[in-house]
Design a protein around this ligand. Structure first.
Ligand code: NAG
Ligand code: NAG
Ligand code: NAG
Ligand code: NAG
Ligand code: NAG
Ligand code: NAG
Ligand code: NAG
Ligand code: NAG
Ligand code: NAG
Ligand code: NAG
Ligand code: NAG
Ligand code: NAG
Length: 680
């Protein structure tokens, strides 16, 4: 008798462990629709008890409650039989390659489903009549869903706390419904094609902590009612078509950490009440039509502020002293405004500051500015292009004896019409990787010490008044000669912002030496041939003479070589054909002679690369060489005028600008996509 009871118990126990038959069959049917692509291991769903299968969890009644298969390299479509798992409360298929549309029935039988994560797959089609009465969290981001945003989800799913529709192809106005999600905390639908005004209903959902709707075509104003959502901590509406002003009462949002409104058409001023948002960490207002006196803003309460970007607006006045009191600041960008006055001395106290861009303003006293900023020990990126005008920045002793800027990696001071010699304190910046002093009025020679800067790999001295020879020491630049120096600029990205296209644009800037448009003389030093990592070399529009050193053919990574507008003579070295990556080559307007090399990249260069050299010959110039047509000298074309005086618009200048750009472009912005204007 006891044995029978025992057996009975054992049997029922075994039964309890094996899964429900319908669930088992539904899972198997689901399984049949998936295929896993190598190198993935197919799911090990071979045993009879489906409750033990990988990714499956059952409740004590042997019903499947969880199916969690994220990142398994699974592809295929979702089988409608999944809808038979009526006890399912958690479904996570994130980060696979499932495709096709979602089966309609799924939405009507999964009454217990609380959490649905289908993010990062290849689902398409629209989401029709969602009906998940128990839903709390819904993530379909990073797919290819189309149609209108399924706001009606809120009509049946009253408990939902998180909705993530971002990075799909949803379009049109946001229809009614969102307001019914009275427990909603996170609402994300960025990177879609949504339009119309922000739905008023949204402002009634008091529980909201995050509204992220960037990269859509939303228009109209942000309603003042947003300030009544007292738990809001993230507002991200960047890259839309919003107009009107930043809500005046925004200061009511005491929990606000991120206010990201850049790249819209907002106008008016920055509301003073914003300075009451003491939790604020990120404040990005770049690329709008905002204006007003920036110095009237009182920043001192923003003790947590890490990044501020007011660039590309119309702010006037002086840099506010109260900004210096924000002791958490890592990045400040005020570029492309109409700021005047000097850099306040107190900026030396912002010890956390690592990125600063004030390019394209109307400041004065560059030496004073440098003396102050040198004391910001963490400063690694400094953009001061077209920010001062026509000032001397000589070898000021007060700068030379300071030991500042020891962490500086990018220094851009182009287009300031600065006078004097190339400042020798720059030679002490051991971490400097990028130096842009282009479009100034620097005189004297190019210092030899530049060649011993251990990390320098981009040097831009374009269009100055430099004279003398190009020092052969430049050929010693370590970061251009050997691979072991860290030429990666991406470590300059700020951690709190993600990457974009511009990111690549900045951090892929080619290693280059640009000394074009000066008055350099003498021969081109053969030592340049040591710089085998060099990708761009501009020697154009100087007074270089002698022949082209054949050592340049060692620059196997070279993509651009511009020697136009000099007095070079002799032949074009045949060995330059070895430069397989060369896509731009110009020797125009020199005094070269002989036959233009044939083969390699030389077959791709047109006559513009060579014109203005009466003694050069070759088919590209339609001028026969004496050897091939004995006796014939070929016709002699008149020299083409140099492009020396042609004006380059600032926005086509990648380095100075692109660079300055760089920083926020990439970094601070989550978001740099639009006009090149906010570059600096
Ligand atoms: C598959 O799972 C069963 C038990 O569920 C286990 O015994 C077996 O070793 C697994 N096979 C592989 C290849 O992992
Ligand atoms: C789904 O799985 C991924 C990967 O483990 C995880 O990051 C994500 O948070 C899960 N989703 C939910 C809603 O739990
Ligand atoms: C399982 O789901 C399929 C597809 O939705 C449906 O046709 C079938 O009737 C369901 N089976 C049961 C037993 O509910
Ligand atoms: C949704 O999923 C994506 C991709 O897995 C993830 O990055 C995102 O944080 C999730 N959304 C929420 C609100 O958790
Ligand atoms: C989006 O999905 C793709 C694959 O479909 C993946 O490579 C990418 O990392 C995902 N992006 C995010 C932000 O999760
Ligand atoms: C969804 O993608 C599949 C291929 O994965 C395609 O056959 C189908 O037409 C697409 N459906 C829609 C509505 O775009
Ligand atoms: C979308 O909303 C805008 C304003 O919010 C309105 O003018 C437009 O008619 C709406 N479009 C549709 C298709 O509902
Ligand atoms: C705001 O957040 C707090 C703390 O998480 C919570 O107790 C409170 O209920 C929230 N308020 C609303 C209106 O949701
Ligand atoms: C905010 O919305 C309310 C109600 O729709 C409206 O009366 C008010 O004019 C709106 N304010 C702005 C600035 O759009
Ligand atoms: C802002 O722009 C709106 C039109 O979008 C205009 O009516 C309003 O006067 C402007 N406000 C200011 C301060 O310029
Ligand atoms: C900032 O907050 C203080 C204290 O709550 C309040 O007295 C003041 O009016 C607020 N300032 C603005 C501009 O809203
Ligand atoms: C150097 O600066 C000049 C002018 O700012 C620009 O034209 C050029 O493209 C820059 N060089 C590089 C390598 O970006």
């Amino acid at each position: 008798m006891p044995i029978l009871i025992f057996l009975f118990l054992l049997l029922s126990c075994v039964q309890a462990l094996s899964c429900n038959k319908l669930d088992h069959d539904s899972l198997l049917s689901f399984y049949k629709h998936i295929s896993s692509s190598p190198p993935a291991i197919p799911l090990n769903w071979s045993s009879t008890n489906c409750c033990k299968w990988e990714g499956v969890t059952c409740n004590p009644e042997s019903h499947v409650t969880h199916l969690s298969l994220p990142g398994k390299h699974l592809s295929g479509t979702i089988d409608p039989f999944l809808g038979n798992l009526t006890f399912l409360s958690y479904l996570n298929l994130s980060d696979n390659q499932f495709s096709g549309s979602l089966p309609f029935t799924l939405f009507h039988t999964l009454n217990h489903l609380e959490s649905l994560d289908l993010s990062s797959n290849r689902f398409n089609g629209s989401i029709e009549s969602p009906f998940f009465p128990s839903l709390i969290s819904f993530n379909v981001s990073n797919n290819s869903f189309t149609g209108s945003l399924p706001s009606s989800i809120c009509i049946t799913s009253r408990f939902v706390k998180m909705l993530d529709f971002s990075t799909n192809k949803f379009s049109g106005n946001v229809s009614k419904g969102i307001g019914r999600c009275s427990k909603l905390e996170i609402f994300r639908a960025g990177f879609n094609s949504l339009s119309g005004w922000l739905p008023y209903e949204l402002y009634t959902v008091k529980t909201l902590r995050e509204i992220s709707l960037p990269n859509n075509q939303f228009s109209g104003p942000v309603n003042d009612s947003i300030a009544l959502l007292s738990n809001l901590s993230i507002i991200d509406l960047h890259q839309n078509e919003l107009t009107g002003e930043v809500p005046k009462n925004i200061g009511l949002l005491s929990n606000l950490k991120q206010l990201i409104l850049h790249t819209n058409s907002l106008n008016g001023t920055v509301p003073p009440s914003l300075m009451n948002c003491t939790s604020l960490k990120t404040l990005l207002l770049r690329n709008n039509h905002l204006g007003g006196e920036i110095s009237s803003l009182e920043f001192s309460k923003l003790q947590k502020l890490e990044a501020i970007d007011f660039g590309n607006n119309s702010f006037v006045g002086t840099i506010p002293v109260s900004l210096c009191l924000c002791r958490s600041l890592i990045a400040i960008r005020l570029a492309f405004n109409q700021l005047t006055g000097e850099i306040p001395a107190c900026m030396a106290d912002i010890k956390s500051l690592s990125h600063l861009s004030i390019s394209y303003n109307f400041l004065s006293n560059v030496v004073g500015a440098l003396r102050i900023l040198m004391q910001c020990d963490n400063l690694s990126v400094l953009f001061l292009s077209r920010c001062f005008n026509d000032e001397p920045v000589s070898n000021d002793d007060s700068l030379l004896h300071l030991n500042g800027f020891q962490n500086l990696q990018i220094l851009s001071m182009g287009e300031c019409q600065l006078r004097g010699e190339v400042p020798s304190w720059i030679g002490k910046l051991k971490k400097l990787k990028v130096l842009n002093l282009s479009y100034n009025k620097f005189t004297g020679t190019i210092p030899k010490w530049l060649g011993s800067m251990p990390n320098l790999f981009i040097l831009n001295l374009t269009r100055n008044h430099l004279t003398g020879e190009l020092p052969r020491e430049i050929g010693d630049l370590k970061a251009l000669a050997s691979d072991d120096t860290d030429s990666n600029l991406s470590n300059l990205a700020l951690p709190f912002l993600s990457t974009t296209l511009q990111y690549n644009r900045l951090f892929n800037l080619p290693r280059g030496i640009k000394v074009g448009n000066n008055s350099l003389s003498g021969n081109i030093p053969a030592e340049l041939g040591n710089l085998r990592l060099l990708r761009e070399l501009d020697l154009n529009d100087n007074d270089f003479k002698g022949s082209i050193p054949s050592e340049l053919s060692h620059l196997v990574n070279l993509e651009k070589l511009d020697m136009s507008g000099n007095h070079l003579s002799g032949e074009i070295p045949e060995s330059l054909k070895k430069l397989h990556f060369l896509s731009f080559f110009s020797v125009k307007n020199n005094d070269l002679e002989g036959e233009i090399p044939k083969g390699g990249q030389f077959d791709t260069f047109t006559n513009t690369s060579f014109e203005g050299n009466p003694k050069l010959c070759g088919s590209v110039l339609q001028r026969n060489c004496p050897s091939t047509t004995p006796g014939g000298q070929g016709e002699i074309l008149p020299p083409v005028p140099t492009a020396e005086e042609s004006e380059t618009p600032w926005y086509t200048i990648p380095f100075g600008l692109g660079y300055s750009v760089g920083f926020f472009v990439v970094i601070i912005s989550l978001l740099f996509r639009s006009s090149r204007k906010w570059f600096n």
